[in-house]
Design a protein around this ligand. Sequence first.
Ligand SMILES: Nc1ncnc2c1ncn2[C@@H]1O[C@H](COP(=O)(O)OP(=O)(O)OP(=O)(O)O)[C@@H](O)[C@H]1O
Ligand SMILES: C[C@H](N)[C@H](N)CCCCCC(=O)O
Ligand SMILES: [Mg+2]
Length: 207
Amino acid sequence: MQHKPLFVTGIGTDIGKTLISAILVEKLKCDYWKPIQSGELDNSDTMKVQRLISNTTSVFHPEAYRLTQPYSPHKSAALDGIEIDEKTIIAPKTNNQLLIEGAGGLMVPLNNHALVIDLIKQLNAEVILVSQNYLGSINHTLLSIEALKQRSIPIKGVLFNGEENASTEDYITAYGEVPHLGRLPFMNTIDKESVKAAGEHIISPSA
Ligand SMILES: Nc1ncnc2c1ncn2[C@@H]1O[C@H](COP(=O)(O)OP(=O)(O)OP(=O)(O)O)[C@@H](O)[C@H]1O
Ligand SMILES: C[C@H](N)[C@H](N)CCCCCC(=O)O
Ligand SMILES: [Mg+2]
């Protein structure tokens, strides 16, 4: 059976999407695709995930846009003298489960009319939302869930990253009516071995 793509997004940038994508890619042996890379082209998210996984099944698909500057994609594109055309961003063909990593959070602009959340809808993907515990994260997580629901985008669940806060996690999953997909503790060492072992903290999103 062909699965819908899984789209790993977060409640903001730098929230742990790439690390969690690596753990999921290793656990599910799925393919990885980062459609838009802004900056760090010599150490892209695709290269980071590639370095952290051990299985030989996962295929890494080339980015649709490789932008040289580390900003919101709409700004990075403008600085490179181009405009992102979201309609040209087509999921790569594969018989394997495809995991897609977004850029920043849901309402990050691709150009002056389309946001990351519009791309998720266009790609007919299901979302894994990465949240992290900080004062204000309940608001950011529930707003993200609300935006997805408003557009009828399926939510596989919320994955919590870092320090545990059980009451926050309970509130988010109860009010948001979304599955809790586990919590990744802070990792002192990030390498192939620890990424493989970290799979135990994550509940495989149900089919
Ligand atoms: N659980 C964790 N333990 C240790 N370090 C972590 C953890 N989660 C994230 N980090 C570190 O925090 C930084 C940001 O994480 P990451 O690159 O995964 O964020 P991101 O959401 O993918 O950012 P972007 O929006 O740029 O794609 C990285 O250096 C990553 O290794
Ligand atoms: C460059 C960075 N690492 C991400 N890829 C893009 C983050 C864009 C955030 C925009 C915003 O929400 O203000
Ligand atoms: Mg990333």
